[in-house]
Design a protein around this ligand. Sequence first.
Ligand code: SAM
Length: 301
Amino acid sequence: MSTPDADPAATRLLTASSVRALAEQLGIRPTKSLGQNFVIDPGTVRKIVRTAGVQPGETVVEIGPGLGSLTLGLLEAGAQVLAVEIDPVLAGALRETVAGRAPAAADRLTVIAADALTIGDLPAEPTRLVANLPYNVAVPVLLTFLEQQRSLQEVLVMVQAEVADRLAAPPGSRTYGVPSAKAAWYASARRAGTISRSIFWPVPNVDSALVRLVRRDPPPSAASREEVFACIDAAFAQRRKTLRAALATWAGSPQQAEQLLRVAGIDPASRGERLDIAQFAALASARTAVQGTSSPHGGSR
Ligand code: SAM
């Protein structure tokens, strides 16, 4: 499968023709249910790796390596790569693809055939997550990794442009919602560029964008992360209502919601889309202080 290069140690990134040839050889028909749109442009791969700021020797986790387009770029930059792939055929083929196209880097790759949503501990502690995420599970996968992989300091992911907007939205903006508030618990998020549809095979029917997240400490709160997230879920479940009304079930009654909002210093007539993560944390803290810690809605993501 490998053709001799001028420099036999050089990495040969995947191109449009090699992606198709590899897929055909493996009998892969990209599926929508697994968000399988593969990057076919080496220039885009190098742009993602450069934008991510990957450093030689650091441990990077990639979710959904697919045929290896981005994996090869991460290895080319000198990273140790943990690649988590749910599709057993793709996971099984990745090692050989890398051995053929980046032989000098093959020992820096660890392939993990698993669902990123349920993976738990990784064999090493990654400091960076870089991925072209499967679009249908991008937000839950991202939040799961930020929660479970505490060593992660920075993230650069390609997601659907609309999801990138939501993740990076500040309070008060039209796109601010549950993903923005929950991501803000872990990290600051910013859009980091747009990606043309034409660099994928098959071409998706949505636009894509890069988002960068930099980990920071969560805001101070007497409530647990689960309790804060339950408060966020409740506030946005009825986003057009005032918080006094939207949080009535979460708090026990509209009166109790009003009391907790006042304890947290929040106007009961405001809406959830106005609250930043520190205010959600203060509100969940107020509930803990006034009503105790048990949260019937706790544990949601
Ligand atoms: N990184 C490759 C690229 O850029 O060409 C492929 C990206 S493709 C958008 C998403 C990949 O994620 C696919 O390979 C798919 O099989 C994989 N995937 C989907 N759901 C997954 C999950 N829950 N856990 C791990 N991998 C998943």
